[in-house]
Design a protein around this ligand. Sequence first.
Ligand SMILES: NC(=O)c1ccc[n+]([C@@H]2O[C@H](COP(=O)([O-])OP(=O)(O)OC[C@H]3O[C@@H](n4cnc5c(N)ncnc54)[C@H](OP(=O)(O)O)[C@@H]3O)[C@@H](O)[C@H]2O)c1
Length: 269
Amino acid sequence: MSKTVLITGASSGIGEATAKCFLQKGWNVAATMRSPTKAGDWATAENVICPQLDLTQADTISAAIHETLERFGQIDVLVNNAGYALMGPLEGVTPEQLHLQFQTNFFGLVTVIQTILPVLRQQGGGTIVNVASIGGRLAFPLISPYHATKWAVEGLSESLRYEVRRFGIQVKIIEPGGIKTDFVDRSTNWVSHPDYTVMVDRMKRFSKRVDASLPGPERVARTIYRAAIDRSGRLRYSPHGEIFFWLHALLPDRIWRSLIETMMLGQNK
Ligand SMILES: NC(=O)c1ccc[n+]([C@@H]2O[C@H](COP(=O)([O-])OP(=O)(O)OC[C@H]3O[C@@H](n4cnc5c(N)ncnc54)[C@H](OP(=O)(O)O)[C@@H]3O)[C@@H](O)[C@H]2O)c1
């Protein structure tokens, strides 16, 4: 019998590439989306469904999981991929904006995991793949709300791994580096503050410049697939992110921070 993966945020970018990758490997795919009308032609395949799932609406989470179980009978792998970035100076962030950032990237992800865990335990196992970021272990300027959510995902995942391993459930963290998707344009919400304008403009210019030369999401999708079937107990995978972790480990902290600051914000004057 074919295995089944449920993916959040499969309308574009890494989520869509991951859905296509599992589909090519012969899996049943529940490609969940906020707006299923966005699904591409690949989603018309017989073993694909596109349940509506919005991480800010708990009822859509349980309904999407229920629909997947009705259609395919089981869920072997969950890929928590959906997310966006709230960027800009912390002083300019409203409580509502911060709440929505956490609701989407963290609390929504937690609800999906909590809803699926009883299913996986009853089945005797499965794999939970959480898409964090290099920004889940490193931090760059003017991204504090997003970093906070991804660091939270890292901590949750590492702790959860201990408690579910004995039920045959694996937990994996994917930490992509910069990837060319809709992320920088459509999935980044910049906040402003009049006293940080110069800094924000520099960071926006840096981000646009880098975005143009980033790799596409296909390698991340292949890594997610590899992690999903990897029974070795490995926790972290860093497609296109390895170099950042190496540099961070090798350079003295002071040099690393000065490099990041100069590169992203320019000289301090
Ligand atoms: N691109 C990068 O450089 C990069 C690097 C590291 C980590 N990541 C992570 O990779 C994941 C995917 O991002 P991406 O690069 O593929 O960007 P993307 O193409 O913009 O995809 C983001 C996905 O998240 C969905 N989403 C946003 N809010 C949602 C909500 N409330 N409920 C359900 N779905 C929601 C979007 O749905 P709609 O189409 O409805 O908006 C879209 O499908 C994110 O978690 C991101 O943090 C990305």
